[in-house]
Design a protein around this ligand. Sequence first.
Ligand code: C2O
Ligand code: CU
Ligand code: CU
Length: 562
Amino acid sequence: MNRRSFLERSATVASAFAAGITLKPARGLLAQIAPAGNPLRFPAAFAGGMLAVEPRQLEIWPGRQTNVFAVNGSVPGPTIRVRKGADFEAHVMNMLSEPLVIHWHGILAPAHLDGHPRDSVAAGQSYMVKFPVNQRAGTYWYHSHTDLLTGKQAYLGVAGAFIVEDPAEAALGLPTGDHDVILIIADKRPDAGGQLPYAPTMMEIATGFLGEAVLVNGTPDAYLPVDQGLYRLRLINASNARVYKLGLSDERPFHLIANDAGLLPKPAQVTSFLLPPGGRAELLMNFTAYSQGTSVKLVSHPYAAPGGGGGHGGGSGGMIMGPVQGMELDVLRFDVDRSAQTVPLVPANLVAFTPHDAMQAKRTRAFTLGVSHLDKHQINGATFDAQRVDLTVPKGDLEIWEFKDTTNEFHPMHPHGAHFQVMERSGTPVIPPEDTGWKDTVLVGANETVKVLIKFESYEGIFVNHCHNLEHEDDGMMQNLEIKSDAVVEPSGPSLAIEHMGNMLHLSWPMSAEGYQLQSRSSLDHMSEWQPVTQVPEMIGDRMVLVIEGNSPAHFYRLARL
Ligand code: C2O
Ligand code: CU
Ligand code: CU
């Protein structure tokens, strides 16, 4: 504890005594002993108006100034809270010296406000966001989604919580106020000077960029004083690549009550669960059994991680170079320091929903997660190009999406524009509690196949589907999908290759692609229509090639079957 907070605490105790308030002995005692670590910080509530992203120096590690990208002056950014049915409105200001766009993860937003990588604004520019929030209560979040810069910007702090509230949830009597705690978890790798250099190597792109300093709400070595009551913990994994196996240090069970997109039908009792980057979980944690003056930690238990073939710190018999996936980590220490006034019960039932019926699925789509011969991350053999539309999905059709890993790494897959349900994992419909309920990010394990049931019901337009390992995402494990009401489902077309050469675009496709037409449109909004590209391509070898001069980044291209 530094001198200032020590003085503050002493002052609090002194004035409490002066005011004649009796403190319980345990609390009085604790107030005089400096607990190790740093008290958990809490970002401010977003009061509307500006979300200004700017370079800042913040004291993350006591006594050090760290260069970060703050949102309204803090890391994480302010907590957005919206009641279901209300509008969300913000003025996003880019005060960085690079492009920026913010995505509202798990929030169903119109395509042009969803934070598509192609929609970033230049340094010094700003944009307005306004749309109605019409979805289940839950713990959602926001973060940078800038083309090729998502990993860096999110790592430096462009992220925050986005909470949606609704009457169904309010009726449950879950813990509120200071017993409803948001925990934004992100691992960092500070250098000796407390800075956060971000320059992943090839190996770190393969595994993802991992750190061993776990920050909770931007707090290293965080602790939270709690009473002996029941707490609602809302966990957001804002890490670039780390998958946590969360549980208590004493392995005591607790209840999982919500996954990514809202409450489960019933609480599930667990002792640990996996939380991949991008994912959220809500827990009910009961501290009744702990006596005052004791502590228990939320930890990431060790587990056998994929990618044994190398990567950062991997390799059999090789030197351990740094933090690895699956290592044991402390996340947050709870100091039980007082009795609870009342302890609400864990409700037997939460919020029911009708599960999708796989029998009603109109089709199955396969998404093969792989790498190219140059080790670029791909989906279905293609590396992301922000200007190429890879697939069209009819709005309102139930589909089975099958994610299949071939890379022997983790891939937390996250389509924008819809929530889904996990149907099977590794060929079995028996799925762990963290895969139940409504999801928007699903962990695909090494060489695993995961099937989900998904239906895009909200907005038409162009959205992305990507891996939420942010190094994989920036490396190209992402695709553009178009949601369209009257879409004719085309078999996946032959791949359109796009090369960017300065202000020129080289488009090429196999000559064998007969019956396909090159089309373009001028924005991701559904108001813009696909038009055939009239410029005549050249035949070079076995490919058709078209060079577009004066490329407009707002234009999208696709090959469509006529
Ligand atoms: Cu949280 Cu497209 O991501
Ligand atoms: Cu998202
Ligand atoms: Cu991945």
